[in-house]
Design a protein around this ligand. Structure first.
Ligand SMILES: C[S@@+](CC[C@H](N)C(=O)[O-])C[C@H]1O[C@@H](n2cnc3c(N)ncnc32)[C@H](O)[C@@H]1O
Length: 307
């Protein structure tokens, strides 16, 4: 399946591609009636367009499609490989191969849209902390005209493998490990980080979505890790906005929102943990409101931080 987004994220276009054309879309005979099993990956057919997407996989919107279309789209979403396309940048993601890696999410795409408001011309050295699939770094490589070095760090080796498989660019360097440790003694023109942001009582910080360790370190040590005129671009969720703005205030750095979107919280491990959900609802800004098929909403804000 290919998921292609319009540049302003007003449309999510879903295509069947490659062998899906024979296996799902019914193109299993050629003009002479011979059985066709395989098609090249770049052969595709448009299946549906979803307007104003707020999630990459929006089961509610899909379930409201006409039955045969609905089931076709669910079948495509259950296929092992998804190619994400945004503004000319493409990335092939295979969850089974890249175990535990974070594929491009709506946050990732909003981040890319936000970069439009940033002058990337003066960036030569950049790093992405917690790169996941690598989509954001790939987008930056495609759009920063004077970029000479782009370092991608993640402690999930499969995330780094995914990024490595997708980015064939001599300017890119791939590092498996803890981003905080890696930063020691280094500075950059641009630090990108779409970090974990979900607080948890007695938080642990070792997975893709929870804990504020990265945000805290980056903001507190911005001065040390930014070159003159350098900037951090990050994602601040309403869920932990108060805590993160306290870090910003304490560090004496400046923050400017460059883009934002209201999106549902769709992290099953959090949603299915009553204690955790109560903690978020009581003490933070997770909103309970049933709309568009989802109960819990947050505002994510792509934010520029300067020292
Ligand atoms: C929310 S995901 C974002 C992935 C990617 N940047 C994107 O936007 O699609 C956060 C990523 O940060 C990684 N991560 C979190 N803390 C880290 C740390 N201290 N060092 C390295 N990677 C970290 C996780 O493994 C995960 O891949």
């Amino acid at each position: 399946m290919i998921i292609r987004y319009d540049k302003d994220l007003s449309k999510q276009c879903i295509f069947a591609n490659g062998d899906e054309l024979a296996q799902i879309m019914g193109h299993d005979r050629d003009n002479d009636g011979n059985r066709v099993y395989n098609y090249p990956d770049d052969k595709k057919e448009h299946v549906v367009t979803i307007d104003n997407p707020v999630l990459v996989t929006n089961n509610y919107r899909i379930s409201n499609l006409e039955p045969s279309l609905r089931d076709t789209v669910f079948a495509l979403f259950s296929r092992p490989v998804t190619t994400t396309e945004y503004d000319g940048t493409k990335l092939r993601f295979e969850q089974k191969k890249y175990t535990g890696a974070w594929g491009p999410s709506i946050d990732t795409l909003l981040f890319c849209r936000g970069l439009e408001h940033i002058n990337l011309e003066d960036v030569t050295d950049a790093i992405e902390l917690g790169c996941g699939s690598g989509f954001l770094s790939k987008y930056t490589l495609d759009n920063a005209p004077n970029l000479e070095n782009m370092t991608l760090v993640d402690f999930n080796k499969y995330a780094i493998l995914c990024a490595y498989d997708n980015i064939n660019d001599p300017r890119a360097m791939f590092v498996t490990g803890d981003a905080v440790k890696y930063l020691t003694g280094k500075s950059y023109d641009l630090i990108l980080c779409n970090p974990p942001y979900i607080l948890r009582p007695k938080s642990i910080d070792d997975n893709a979505y929870e804990g504020l360790e990265l945000l805290h370190y980056m903001i507190t040590n911005a001065d040390e890790h930014l070159n003159d005129g350098g900037k951090i671009i990050t994602n601040i969720s309403s869920i932990s906005r108060d805590e993160v703005y306290k870090f910003i205030e304490d560090a004496g750095v400046e923050a400017r929102e460059i883009d934002s979107m209201e999106v549902p919280l769709k992290v099953y491990n959090v949603l299915n943990n009553e204690e955790w959900m109560n903690y978020l609802l009581d003490r933070h800004h997770l909103k309970k409101e049933r709309k568009d098929g989802y109960d819990y909403w947050q505002r994510i804000a792509i934010t520029e931080i300067n020292v």
